[in-house]
Design a protein around this ligand. Structure first.
Ligand SMILES: [Zn+2]
Length: 69
């Protein structure tokens, strides 16, 4: 088989991160919405996906809990 059948990948637009979305203003203080990576430490936010959090630096993935504790 020839490796010519290249699958088309739908790439998500990059470069637009919307950093203001990682913070939420509550009253007069900022509340951090995104979780910090437990491996990389403070300052390394994890990207939020539908069902998981992902650290772009180390690749750490944390699945969101569906159940309420
Ligand atoms: Zn990390």
């Amino acid at each position: 088989m020839a490796g010519k059948g290249k699958k088309q990948k739908k790439a998500k637009p990059k470069g637009y991160k919307g950093i203001w979305k990682t913070y939420e203003v509550k009253g007069d203080k900022l509340e951090r919405k995104n979780k910090t990576c437990p491996k990389c430490g403070e300052g390394y936010k994890m990207a939020e996906h539908k069902d998981r959090l992902y650290c772009g630096k180390c690749g750490y993935t944390e699945f969101k809990k569906t159940k309420k504790e």
